[in-house]
Ligand binder design. Sequence first.
Ligand SMILES: C[S@@+](CC[C@H](N)C(=O)[O-])C[C@H]1O[C@@H](n2cnc3c(N)ncnc32)[C@H](O)[C@@H]1O
Length: 282
Amino acid sequence: MSVMTHSAADYTLDPASFATIARITHAHAGITLNDGKRQLVYSRLAKQIRKRGLSGFGEFVELMQSDAQVRREAIFALTTNHTKLFRENHHFDHFAQALRPRLIEAAERGRPVRLWSSASSSGEEPYSLAMTLLGDNRAAGARLVQRDVAMLATDLAPHVLSVAKAGRYPGEMAKDVPERYRRVWTTMEGDQMVMAPELKRIIAYRQLNLLDPWPMQGKFDAIFCRNVMIYFDEPTKARLIERFAELLAPGSFLYIGHSERVIGPATDAFEPAGNTIYRRRG
Ligand SMILES: C[S@@+](CC[C@H](N)C(=O)[O-])C[C@H]1O[C@@H](n2cnc3c(N)ncnc32)[C@H](O)[C@@H]1O
C-alpha cells in the first residue's frame, strides 16, 4: 500500500483562497494581509495543511470556514510574534522616571496599581515592565509585590502565552536586560535565563483578542500596546485607541510602537509625552 504525502512545495495558494484567508483573518483578529503577505501565508499554513493531511489550500479554506478550531489555529499561525526584552528601551526609561515614583507612593498608601501589556507575545515586554516597576533593589521590590500591584499581560496567540508563563528564555537573551535588573531579577539555569518568582507573581497572563469585548473594569496606570496596531486597518486602530482612552486613568500613560500613532476621535483625550508616549488628559 502506498501512502500519499505532500510536501509544502506541492500546494498552490490560488488568489481566491488567499482572499478568503485574508478576509477571515481580518474579520476575526483585525490583522490585514495584503498581497505582500502571500508568501508568509503560504509557508505558515502549508504546515497546517500537511499536519492535517489535507489535499491543499482549497480544502483547508473550506475547513477554516466551517470549523472554528481550524480557523483559530490558522489565525494564531498567521500572527507575527517578534519581540525582545527592553525593546524600545526609552519607554521603560520614561516609565521609571515619570510614573514609577508615583506608583510606588500610591501602592504604599494602599491604592491599587494596574498595568496592561496588551499584545504581550512571549512575555519579554511584561517582564521588562515588571523589572522596571520593581526596581534594582530586591528587598524593596519584594515589599512592593506584597502591595496591590498587578499587571495584566494578554495576547491572541496561546503558543506565545505559554512561553511567557514559563518565564524561561535562551541565556543569550540576558544581554538585552540592563545589568542592574539582570542581577536582581534573573538567574541562569544551565543555558537558560529564568525570571524571578516576584515578577511572575504580579503578572497575570490571559488570552485576549483586542477586537473582542474586554472583561476589565478598573482603570489602568499604564497600557503598553506596541507593535500590534501596525497589523490593523485605520478604523480598527482608531476604535482601539478609543477603548484604551476609556480604560486609562487621568495622568496615566499609553505606550505604542515606534511606527504607530494615536489616531481617531480619542486623539484629544491624549497629550504627547515623548516619542510614542501619550499621557491621558484629565
Ligand atoms: C509583534 S508582536 C509585539 C510584541 C510586543 N508588544 C513588542 O512590541 O515587542 C505582536 C503581537 O500581537 C498579537 N496580536 C495580533 N493580533 C492580535 C489581536 N487581535 N488581539 C490580541 N493580540 C494580537 C500577536 O499574537 C503578537 O504576539
